[in-house]
Design a protein around this ligand. Structure first.
Ligand SMILES: N[C@@H](CCC(=O)N[C@@H](CS)C(=O)NCC(=O)O)C(=O)O
Length: 221
């Protein structure tokens, strides 16, 4: 049995969704980001930095969503046509690997904005200058995605695990940057949202506990 260690509406959603797309049986162990359970020594044995996702599979524990994505696609690939990750030598492999990294570039910016806007115990400690800089960088990363999205999905051949890695970001980024100037990104997000695998994953995800508003503007400062 595969066990996914998961926080609702976090990067572990990438793996929850991929497992659904691959139609693999799995169980979810849910955590809260606020109650200290990710710093519990038992959890740190699974994920040394106390982060989700962590995945238990075939007697191994894996962390880092891009690595888990790749391993899951490799293990499930034989039985899937088409596999969700291009194999070494495939023409699309470079674009695929790029997208895994790009997804983390974007997610890192979202994480910094989460810290500034949502997770500081004392909101007065948030820095408008830092928020402005990071928000501009997040907007630039969305602009970049808009520029490279020339097909329905990241890879010209269709849906892949590059989309489960990138897709999660497009549900978190709009808390900080409106998607209106990015029509291709919006259409891409709608295509992802319409997938049965995505819908099944959303049902298993649980309610997000981070955001109390729909949008967090750059504070005056
Ligand atoms: N590069 C890692 C990042 C994982 C990560 O930072 N996850 C966040 C949730 S989105 C987390 O577990 N944060 C817990 C914390 O910072 O305490 C990955 O892609 O798996």
């Amino acid at each position: 049995m595969i066990t996914l260690h998961h926080v609702a509406f976090s990067r572990s959603f990438r793996i929850l969704w991929l497992l659904e797309e691959l139609a693999l049986p799995f169980e979810v162990k849910a955590y809260s980001i606020r109650d200290g359970s990710l710093r519990d020594p038992a959890f740190l044995k699974l994920s040394p930095a106390g982060r989700v996702p962590a995945l238990e599979m075939e007697g191994q524990v894996l962390f880092e969503s891009a690595a888990i994505t790749q391993i899951l696609c490799e293990r499930a690939g034989d039985s899937l046509a088409p596999a969700l990750a291009p194999a070494p030598g495939d023409q699309e492999r470079a674009r695929y690997l790029e997208a895994l990294g790009y997804a983390e570039t974007m997610a890192g910016l979202i994480e910094q904005l989460n810290i500034q806007h949502v997770f500081l115990r004392d909101p007065a400690q948030a820095s408008p200058v830092v928020i402005k800089l990071i928000t501009a960088r997040l907007a630039a990363s969305l602009r970049g995605l808009e520029a490279i999205l020339e097909h329905d999905f990241i890879l010209p051949s269709g849906f892949s695990a590059a989309d489960t890695m990138m897709g999660f970001n497009l549900f978190a980024a709009p808390y900080f940057v409106a998607l209106d100037p990015f029509p291709r990104v919006r259409a891409y997000r709608a295509r992802l949202e319409a997938r049965p695998g995505f819908r099944r994953a959303r049902k298993r995800d649980g309610p997000q506990e981070f955001y109390s508003r729909d949008f967090y503007p750059i504070p005056e400062g």
